[in-house]
Design a protein around this ligand. Structure first.
Ligand code: FAD
Length: 597
């Protein structure tokens, strides 16, 4: 077993982890451990853009961004944190530009911007161009840019190290236990401050846009250490995943004028969101799609619809909508322009579907996409552990793993990349400042014992169950029972089934006893995390008897502000059961209103 001592330890090398490391490393000795090589993190898959009210193309204001985000969150987001994020967005994007991020440009050299769902001109209610983008590779560019800056700043990287436990001493974070993938050696990282930036847990669901690594390691470890999670019932389904595969087709396609079409050839979003149509928020569009399919208007009666971005279709609907180019001229998009703005999407469709989007429509269905809930934090990334927001010293979380909460019940597109750079930065700054003023907690001799016990259990199960089977069953159960539309019976049934799967998981045995990249062992450990989180998601969802944002119940179709304008907190008890509690929503300027688009 190896030991390391570091002032600020960041777990995760996606956008949030790298931003945190960059800022922490300005004043503290900082290291990053990551189970993936940093530039393979899921941030690199983000396509569409990062939201900031730069107003480069048309009038826009951070205040409008704030209101849109509060409304998008279905009033569950904390308004102080949302305001902070939207104000900080503008300097944060310019900062990325100054680090060398190659944004797409307007003809006069400014950062170009495109419309995205739920981002509006607050006076007219029409879509506003707020998403700053680098073709359809925005996340890739953010990741590369930040990684280069971290290397320049001498951040120490432990690549392909998987964190398996958080060390807690005197109710404070004191480091983590990790396994080196290449050798299976256990490492103990003793730290003054630990920042979790481990991303989401979208691999719980069958059809998903999320990377294989999205197994919720961070929140599962936090739960095991007695910490609560927040708002776990809220999980976003993105409207446009490639049919059956779930691979994401960015909302940027609709931002560039693409439209959703049903089997009758109708542009059905006109019915559901008359003002912004295909650019309504994601929960609204996903539900509309499911309704179309349920009512028999899926393409050829199947569970998919078309996303059409052929130039003639884009131009026709732009004319019908009265949409004009920024210079006031008529929309006249060409195939070349679509190719230059969405090159990766065009490539994905050609490779995975054999469909060329500039000459054929793309078959799409909603796909599990984004974790709104997570480890509760304040706007400085400090982890808070109860309804009164008591801070846990030395422990921070940022990015998709965290719940600040700026996304509430439904995240707006482009607001996650923004969340990473704003809250990653503040977590890094605060952690470094904390580390400067704090001593190391004493490191217990048995710091790695709990990890070793977990690994031993996986090596000594009865062997009657297989990881792949349990995983497949969990995904199907969660997609059917705790998906886009939910019912009390469906969720209760899913919860029961997940509980049985958790029991069956105890009989899994890892047969590979090798030390070199023992992925069988780690996949089994990750499935344990997903099952733990699936149970929490189902329990929180069943408990919330209303519909809000991404949580849409057929048996409680209305939002119920009188009883449910509150965050859910969930803990795992010693006996394994899930305990629930609540925390108030921070409201500043905006009173809840009915949400129409
Ligand atoms: C296909 C796709 C497209 C998207 N497009 C957009 C978009 O256009 N705009 C937008 O705003 N948002 C978008 N999102 C959402 C956004 O990209 C993600 O929410 C965000 O990138 C998550 O960043 P992160 O830093 O929190 O996590 P990640 O980038 O996923 O990084 C997580 C890191 O944690 C590490 N890690 C995890 N577990 C462990 C462990 N146990 N031990 C050690 N390391 C660990 C991983 O190695 C990785 O480095 C998209 C998401 C997807 C899936």
């Amino acid at each position: 077993m190896k030991k390391h001592q570091i002032e600020v330890l960041v777990v995760g090398a996606g956008g949030a982890g790298l931003m945190a490391a960059l800022y922490a490393s300005k004043t503290a000795k900082t290291a990053v451990i990551s189970k993936l090589y940093p530039t393979r993190s899921h941030t690199g898959a983000a396509q569409g853009g990062v939201g900031a009210a730069l107003g480069n193309i048309e009038e826009d204001h951070p205040d409008w961004h704030t209101f849109d985000t509060v409304k998008g969150s279905d009033y569950l987001g904390d308004q102080d944190a949302i305001e902070f994020m939207c104000q900080e967005a503008v300097p944060a994007v310019y900062e990325l530009e100054h680090y060398g991020l190659p944004f797409s440009r307007t003809p006069d050299g400014k950062i170009d911007q495109r419309p995205f769902g739920g981002h509006t001109n607050n006076v007219t209610g029409k879509p506003v161009r707020r998403a700053c983008y680098a073709a359809d590779r925005t996340g890739h560019m953010i990741l590369q840019t930040l990684y280069q800056q971290c290397l320049k700043n001498k951040v120490q990287f432990f690549d392909e190290f998987q964190m398996l436990d958080l060390i807690v001493v005197n109710n404070a974070a004191a480091g983590v236990v990790a396994l080196e993938l290449a050798t299976s050696e256990i490492h103990v990282f003793h730290a003054k401050a630990v920042i979790f930036a481990t991303g989401g847990h979208g691999r719980i669901w069958e059809i998903t846009s999320n990377a294989y690594a999205y197994t919720g390691d961070g929140p599962a470890v936090a739960l095991r250490r007695g910490l609560p999670l927040e708002d776990m019932e809220f999980f976003q389904f993105h409207p446009t995943g490639i049919y059956k595969l779930g691979i994401l087709i960015t909302e940027g396609v609709r931002g560039e004028g693409g439209v959703l079409i049903n089997d009758k050839g109708e542009r059905f979003m006109e019915k559901y969101a008359p003002r912004v149509k295909d650019l309504a928020s994601r929960d609204v569009v996903s539900r509309a799609m499911l309704t179309e399919m349920k009512e028999g208007r899926g393409i050829k009666g199947q569970r998919y619809l078309y996303l059409d971005v052929r130039p003639e279709v884009v131009n026709r609907y732009a004319a019908l909508d009265g949409r004009r180019k920024p210079d006031g001229s008529a929309y006249n998009v060409t195939a070349e322009e679509i190719l230059s703005k969405l090159p990766d999407i065009v490539d994905f469709c050609r490779v995975y579907l054999g469909v060329d989007p500039v000459s054929e429509p793309m078959p799409v269905q909603p796909t599990a996409h984004y974790t709104m809930g997570g480890i509760p934090t304040n706007k400085y990334g400090q982890v808070v552990i109860d309804a009164s927001n008591t801070v846990m010293p030395g422990f921070y979380a940022a990015g998709e793993v965290a719940c600040v909460s700026v996304h509430g019940a439904n995240r707006l597109g482009t607001n996650s990349l923004l969340d990473l750079i704003v809250f990653g930065k503040h977590a890094g700054l605060h952690a470094a400042q904390f580390a400067k003023g704090a001593d190391f907690q004493p490191l217990p001799n048995d710091a790695a014992d709990f990890t070793l016990q977990q690994l031993d259990a996986l090596r000594s199960g009865s062997g009657s169950e297989k990881v792949a089977d349990l995983s497949k069953e969990m995904k199907a159960v969660m997609f059917d029972g705790v998906g886009i539309f939910r019912t009390g019976d469906g969720m209760a049934d899913a919860l029961e089934k997940v509980r049985i799967l958790r029991q069956r998981f105890k009989n899994v045995r890892v047969s590979d006893s090798g030390k070199v990249f023992n992925t069988e062992m780690l996949n089994a450990w990750e499935l344990g995390n997903l099952l733990d989180l699936a149970e929490v998601v189902a329990a929180c969802a069943l408990n919330r008897t209303e519909s809000r944002g991404a949580h849409a119940r057929e048996d409680y179709p209305k939002r119920d502000d009188a009883n449910w304008m509150k965050h859910t907190l969930s803990w795992r008890q010693g006996d394994g059961s899930v305990q629930l509690g609540y925390k108030s929503v921070v409201q500043t300027r905006f009173q809840p209103k009915e949400r129409t688009y």
